[in-house]
Design a protein around this ligand. Structure first.
Ligand code: DGI
Ligand code: FE
Ligand code: FE
Length: 191
């Protein structure tokens, strides 16, 4: 099955997401397509992954755990406790089974949009970065620098975001996913 058309996906997201999350989602999709134009990535893949990256966000943690169980998805100890982490993995599952996305590169961009992972593909970096810089975001520090760097150097931008994310997670006493830390160390050592 081919994935749903863009308009159908947008209609569905409008139904299932609260307004602010829907606006964020459109912001990520447009920012991701702009980055795709700069860095020679597929505009269609960037739009699809951007639209669907938070498609699981409105589910409760219990509902996400149910979806994981029904689809034989492995859930880590930390994900069991954190909707913030689990929505990325469940988003990839829903993109496949509800929205008909078969392209693994798109599913992986959704799967890793919260933690990142070492040695990300251009599409994965684009979604991770677009999620952070899209126009309706306004709370993070260094946003101006990060937005400016994003359209010049994806790896440098990954490092800036990961530095601030690690600082934020430590400052708020939030459990750090091993994959977030590995991603941070990878971009620190390789950028
Ligand atoms: O879903 P969004 O709000 O658009 O953004 P997101 O998917 O990047 O992240 C959701 C939250 O997850 C955000 O507040 C940061 C947090 N997060 C990122 N890395 C980690 C994390 N939370 C935990 N517990 N551990 C992490 O390593
Ligand atoms: Fe997210
Ligand atoms: Fe998001």
């Amino acid at each position: 099955m081919a994935s749903l058309e863009t308009n159908k996906i947008i209609d569905n997201l409008l139904e299932v997401l609260p307004q602010s999350r829907y606006i964020h989602t459109l912001g990520v999709a447009y920012t991701a397509t702009s980055l795709a134009m700069v860095f020679g990535e597929s505009i269609d893949k960037a739009r699809l992954a951007g639209l669907l990256h938070d498609c699981a966000k409105a589910y409760s943690l219990d509902d996400m755990l149910e979806i994981a169980k029904d689809n034989n998805v492995n859930v880590t100890d930390l994900e069991y406790k954190s909707a913030n982490l689990l929505h990325a993995k469940i988003g990839a599952v829903l993109a496949k089974i509800e929205y008909g996305v078969e392209d693994k590169s798109v599913l992986d961009a959704i799967m890793y949009h919260t933690t990142g992972k070492p040695a990300m593909t251009t599409l994965e970096k684009i979604i991770y970065i677009a999620d952070y810089i899209e126009p309706s975001r306004n709370k993070q520090k260094r946003l101006e620098l990060i937005r400016n760097t994003a359209f010049k150097d994806l790896d440098q931008t990954m490092l800036l975001i990961l530095e601030d994310t690690m600082d934020y997670l430590k400052a708020t006493n939030t459990d750090i996913d091993p994959l977030t830390e590995e991603t941070y160390l990878f971009y620190k050592e390789n950028t």
